[in-house]
Design a protein around this ligand. Structure first.
Ligand code: IDP
Ligand code: MG
Length: 151
């Protein structure tokens, strides 16, 4: 079981709707370690690089406007299979289709304003973590890891 790191963004709608603690608690209680966390109002440059793969899509301008409109919380999470585990907690892109029990499924009715971003692969995570946390991350063991990360 590979220990992975993943980049999570609690997007501007998550902050504005007062859902930061709700979203964060789901990752935290699952057993993922917080190894980086900060409130940022991203520049257009960082936002554009983050979503570069979508630059040709019609929703790209509104996506950049949304993600830079208000502060977001950038998180680096670490744990067993963290990339997939976090994506499962987040749910499908469109809140209307996302399964109940996921963050988007429980709190979202939008495809654009969908509350949370999670890296889609270990390679994406490495790139995105470098973009949002150029200063690096914090390494430590959580006290419950021995109880949580057991086969
Ligand atoms: P993901 O966040 O579930 O990986 P992607 O398809 O990678 O979804 O899209 C990146 C982000 O772009 C989404 O989270 C959402 O905020 C926005 N987005 C995706 N598709 C649409 C759309 O059709 N209209 C508006 N915004 C969209
Ligand atoms: Mg994606």
């Amino acid at each position: 079981m590979p220990v992975q790191r993943t980049l999570i963004l609690l997007k501007p709608d998550c902050v504005q709707r007062g859902l930061v603690s709700e979203a964060l608690s789901r990752f935290e209680r699952k057993g993922l370690r917080i190894v980086g966390m900060k409130l940022v109002k991203p520049t257009a440059e960082v936002a554009g690089k983050h979503y570069a793969e979508h630059s040709a899509r019609p929703f790209f301008p509104s996506l950049l406007e949304f993600i830079t409109s208000s502060p977001l919380v950038a998180l680096a999470l670490e744990g067993d299979s963290a990339v997939t585990v976090a994506r499962n907690i987040i749910g499908a892109t469109d809140g209307r289709a996302a399964a109940p029990g996921t963050i988007r499924g429980d709190f979202g009715l939008s495809k654009g304003n969908n509350l949370v971003h999670g890296s889609d692969s270990p390679e994406s995570a490495e790139r995105e973590l470098g973009l949002w946390f150029p200063e690096g991350l914090v390494s430590y063991q959580r006290a419950d890891t021995v109880w949580v990360e057991t086969p």
